[in-house]
Design a protein around this ligand. Structure first.
Ligand code: 3PY
Ligand code: MG
Length: 255
């Protein structure tokens, strides 16, 4: 564990990025690159729960914390990746307080939640560290719900108030699609939604996160009070590097 939850509670800004290639090798390279956290994406991307295991193993020796985005709010999907050693879980398309509570329950052991207890899992060092892991899990496991539907915009205060919802994470693609302004992140309707989300989180003393792909947007979001920032993905890093190199080589060939 890399204390992501405690660092957020202390008011730190944490920089991260997405991993959507399902590759342990790129996960390790990215983990060694200086991000505070990475997110292994099981909602989209090439990975599966089996590739997630080797990606977590690859990142663990770096200073980067690992979050997994589960494909849904189903408890079993949350339990599996926590058992592998994920430090936090993000769930997509959370629509209301009931769904947010379902996520939180999936994240924690009884009596607070419904996570099944298995000692012989990676998260507890296969039993060696079970007591310590169990004792600290509530204060260490980061719960992240995605704010990316129009419905949840009417339930922000209730969602933010739930104990165990630590981050309201804006999904700009889905949210702008639902708002009928896909990709228009400067549109007044999108900006109004951002302000509403940030205000609800602030009231409940929770953090806000967002994914973007142009680092020039960092300042704008940070100035709004967004502190859990993800810029780019392993797929975009590879694609950009490859396209730049191929472009340079063809320029030289054609000179
Ligand atoms: C989205 O943009 O919809 C996402 O889920 C990524 O954060
Ligand atoms: Mg989304």
């Amino acid at each position: 564990m890399k204390n992501l939850k405690q660092r957020l509670l202390n008011g730190e800004t944490l920089n991260g990025c997405w991993l959507n290639l399902g590759s342990a090798v790129t996960a390790e390279i990215v983990g060694l690159s200086g991000f505070d956290w990475v997110l292994i994406d099981l909602e989209h991307g090439a990975g599966s729960e089996s590739t997630t295991l080797s990606q977590i193993q690859a990142i663990e020796h770096t200073s980067t914390g690992v979050i997994v985005r589960a494909e849904s709010t189903e408890p079993q999907r949350i339990h599996r990746v926590l058992d592998m050693g994920a430090e936090g879980v993000m769930c997509p398309k959370v629509r209301n307080a009931e769904e947010a509570l379902k996520v939180v329950k999936g994240l924690h052991y009884p009596p607070f939640g419904n996570r099944g207890v298995a000692k012989m899992v990676r998260a507890t060092q296969f039993g060696l560290n079970f007591n310590d892991y169990y004792a600290k899990s509530r204060e260490q496991i980061l719960g992240i719900v995605q704010i990316e539907t129009t419905e949840v915009l009417n339930h922000l205060d209730e969602v933010a108030a739930i104990d165990g919802v630590d981050v309201l994470f804006i999904g700009p693609a889905d949210l702008s699609m639902e708002l009928g302004i896909f990709g228009q992140f400067d549109h007044p309707t999108f900006v109004e939604a951002l302000n509403k989300i940030v205000a609800a989180a602030k009231k409940a003393n929770k953090a806000v996160g967002i994914l973007f792909f142009n680092p020039d947007d960092y300042q704008r979001y940070h100035d709004l009070g967004i502190r859990f920032l993800a810029c780019g993905a392993d797929a975009t890093f590879v694609a950009e590097g490859a396209r730049t190199m191929a472009g340079k080589m063809s320029k030289f060939r054609n000179q």
